[in-house]
Design a protein around this ligand. Structure first.
Ligand SMILES: Cc1ncc(COP(=O)(O)O)c(C=O)c1O
Length: 410
């Protein structure tokens, strides 16, 4: 009965169920018949066209069903089933997530979201008054707030780099951060994909430069997982966190934090642990009672994602972004705030219409056309962010382009 309301489709649970058949078409990104089948794996609202997947991604039906199944089982005897059987999947989940983010299995802790992961790192680092930390004016507010709280409480100095977005020059990005580094700089905080505009930052190159000055590097990878190629080891940073409920399509409230093996012992956990200075990454998972079915259904989201494969997902997302953004960029009064080069943006792009506020534009798109987009109002950028996902259809994007064309008429 728990699945009432969901159309019946084969479960995509842990690979023993039949996965979606992937055609061998050379250009799968434009194979509309295949992507229509992918779309059938989701329950979508008939009235709301969701073009704000960057905020939160929906879960494929198989993931929802797996979640519900574990939830129901847990309810039969919670401490027995949830703490026993369901949580028994924790180590397999850690192993699969480590493959996805390109880190060692002993470097990854499963938690609730990026905010929790990065706040753990920010509040857990050994920093003293006068130590400098570099952030940017387009980092995520709750990470900036965390650093500023340390500034108020511990006397560290938070220095802000101003990013002239969109950036299409790797050297320029590296230089901006390099110029801010002084002998007192201990940490550089970077955002891999900037939520305000979808800008992909050259985090590997900035990390390499910052490491040359002996700084530690924190990377906010909230949007990177299951969206663009991601490898903790390749980036070379010390700390990273991501959310599983954005592009991976895992249940809401699931995330991961990654800490370089040799740094685990020196990061204090945010919540108490048996041995706070332990080098075991699991010290960051003592978060009290929470819903393990939600966490463990991430395995089903990984199975769904891996069946299609990151490369194909990424190519489709890039194709969808270009499909609407290239046409919208030609419209009078429209400004695109995102580079369309694949190395500088993924699925998300942000645009504005001269003379319309972000809320006016978003409200009109929704009320007159049923299109739900993200509202951006940050650092003088007043615009809307469009983020399609792999289930988004071309006709939905046509609707967006037509609506913007109508609104942008001189
Ligand atoms: C860049 C960035 N970092 C962190 C977060 C926070 O993610 P969560 O709410 O999953 O912790 C977001 C959310 O949109 C984000 O865009």
């Amino acid at each position: 009965m728990a699945t009432a309301g969901l159309p019946f489709v084969p479960l995509l649970v842990h690979s023993h169920e039949t996965p979606l058949k992937i055609p061998t078409t050379t250009n799968l990104a434009t194979d509309e018949a295949f992507w229509a089948e992918v779309r059938n794996q989701y329950v979508l609202d008939k009235k709301v066209v969701n073009l704000n997947n960057g905020a939160l991604g929906p879960q494929p039906i198989g993931v929802q069903q797996a979640h519900i199944k574990m939830y129901e089982q847990s309810n039969k005897a919670p401490s027995y089933f949830m703490w026993g059987e369901v949580d028994g999947k924790r180590e397999p989940l850690r192993a699969e997530l480590a493959v996805l983010v390109g880190c060692d299995i002993e470097e990854l802790a499963i938690n609730r979201n990026t905010t929790e992961g990065l706040n753990t790192v920010i509040f857990g680092l050994n920093l003293k008054a006068g130590d400098e930390v570099i952030v940017s004016d387009f980092d995520y507010p709750f990470m900036l707030n965390a650093w500023r709280q340390r500034q108020m409480r511990d006397g560290i100095i938070v220095k802000e780099v101003k990013l002239p977005l969109p950036i299409e020059d790797v050297n320029l990005a590296v230089e901006l951060y390099r110029k801010a580094i002084t002998p007192k700089t201990k940490v550089v905080h970077l955002t891999h994909i900037i939520n305000w505009t979808g800008q992909i930052m050259p985090v590997k190159e900035i990390t390499e430069m910052a490491k040359g000055f002996g700084c530690e590097v924190v990377v906010d990878a909230a949007h990177s997982l299951a969206h663009i190629p991601l490898s903790f080891q390749d980036i070379g940073c010390d700390y990273m966190a991501t959310s599983l409920h954005k592009w991976l399509g895992a249940p809401f409230g699931t995330g991961a934090m990654i800490v370089k093996k040799e740094k685990i012992a020196s990061v204090w956990p945010l919540l108490s642990a048996w041995e706070p200075q332990s080098a075991d990454i699991r010290k960051f998972e003592l978060l009290g009672t929470r819903s393990f079915p939600a966490e463990m259904a991430a395995l089903d989201a990984i199975a769904f994602h891996q069946n299609i494969g990151l490369e194909k997902v990424n190519q489709r997302l890039l194709y969808l972004k270009m499909y609407w953004a290239e046409r919208v960029a030609q419209l009078p009064r429209v400004t695109l705030h995102t580079s369309l080069k694949p190395e500088f943006s993924g699925a998300m792009a942000t645009c504005s219409i001269n003379g319309m506020s972000s809320t006016q534009l978003a409200d009109t798109l929704f009320e007159a056309h049923g299109l739900h987009v993200g509202i951006i109002d940050w650092n003088g950028l007043n615009a809307v962010r469009v983020s399609p996902h792999i289930y988004t259809s071309l006709s939905e994007l046509d609707r967006l382009v037509n609506a913007l064309a109508q609104l942008a008429k001189p």
